[in-house]
Design a protein around this ligand. Structure first.
Ligand SMILES: NC(=O)C1=CN([C@@H]2O[C@H](COP(=O)(O)OP(=O)(O)OC[C@H]3O[C@@H](n4cnc5c(N)ncnc54)[C@H](O)[C@@H]3O)[C@@H](O)[C@H]2O)C=CC1
Ligand SMILES: O=C1O[C@H](COP(=O)(O)O)[C@@H](O)[C@H](O)[C@H]1O
Length: 247
């Protein structure tokens, strides 16, 4: 059944991948601080996620929120991640709970656990003969302030789930690259998420039933140091792409 979905950060790369696969699958309300430069499905709201009134208005009648908006730079400074990623995410959760939204899928990141990639483990852990694996039950270990903001977003979701019962899935997205896996970049190949698998994964976040989850969002790459088992179990995620088998 089509659901009413609010997609924040709709004009960005992840939003483009999602809408590329799912434009006709749901009823979309798109939100971005950048005005649309293209044709989009549904309705487009130009607003900043730190604007409480605008976010509340955008939340009316929504079943599911895919919350992507934020500063995606791994070098982002504290003032930007504090405003866009932490304050903005809290604003989105508060408005979602007040509006009776059922589910929120939060775009977390590999950088929430980036500091597991120690000098002793790398580059071996990026290669097929290594079996080092993170499965989402490990403690967070961010390697930069951007990663800290993503861990904080996951904790905000934990709080709003426990306090208000809203369903939350945190998707620790790997490296989304269009058309082909990253070239000459072993780390990126191990955490490649194709556009097709990205759309399918967020479709499962919209349709599946869950309480509070942390899953890794990567394709079924031969070498992966992030397990996709929890995404398979909790969301019925069935990726089709693999960085090692791409022409
Ligand atoms: N692209 C990737 O490989 C990965 C992305 N992510 C996360 O996914 C999300 C989307 O990332 P991308 O699409 O790659 O980034 P992007 O920069 O292409 O898109 C982000 C969108 O959010 C909007 N935005 C930013 N701050 C905003 C605010 N305060 N209010 C309203 N809109 C705002 C921007 O205008 C932009 O259109 C981010 O939260 C990022 O941290 C996580 C891991 C990997
Ligand atoms: O969280 C993110 O991660 C991806 C992949 O990280 P990288 O260190 O391999 O570049 C990054 O491309 C994206 O911009 C960022 O938001």
């Amino acid at each position: 059944m089509a659901q009413s979905v609010l997609l924040t950060g709709a004009a960005g790369r992840v939003g483009t991948a999602i809408l590329g696969g799912l434009a006709d699958e749901h009823e979309w309300r798109l939100l971005d601080r950048d005005p649309p430069t293209d044709d989009y499905p549904g309705e487009f709201v130009v607003a900043d996620i730190t604007d409480e009134d605008a976010v509340r208005e955008a939340m009316a009648g929504i079943d599911v929120v895919l919350h992507l908006a934020g500063d995606p730079r791994k070098t982002a400074p504290w003032d930007s991640v504090l405003t866009n990623n932490i304050d903005g995410t809290q604003t989105v959760y508060e408005a979602a709970v007040d509006a009776g939204v059922e589910k929120v899928a939060f775009a977390s990141s590999n950088h929430a656990v980036g500091a597991f990639e120690t000098e002793e483990r790398t580059p071996e852990m990026y290669r097929t003969d290594d079996d080092y694996l993170l499965d989402g039950t490990e403690l967070p270990r961010p390697g930069n302030l951007y990663g800290v903001s993503k861990v904080t977003g996951e904790a905000l979701g934990r709080y709003y789930h426990d306090e208000y019962g809203i369903s939350v899935v945190n998707v620790r997205i790997g490296n989304l690259t269009e058309g082909h896996p990253p070239i000459d970049y072993e780390r990126g190949q191990a955490m490649w998420l194709s556009y097709r698998d990205c759309a399918h994964l967020f479709d499962r976040c919209i349709r599946a039933d869950y309480d509070y989850e942390i899953v890794y969002g990567i394709s079924d790459n031969d070498r992966k140091y992030y397990s996709i088992e929890r995404a398979r179990e909790a969301l019925d995620y069935e990726p089709q792409d693999n960085s090692a088998r791409h022409d």
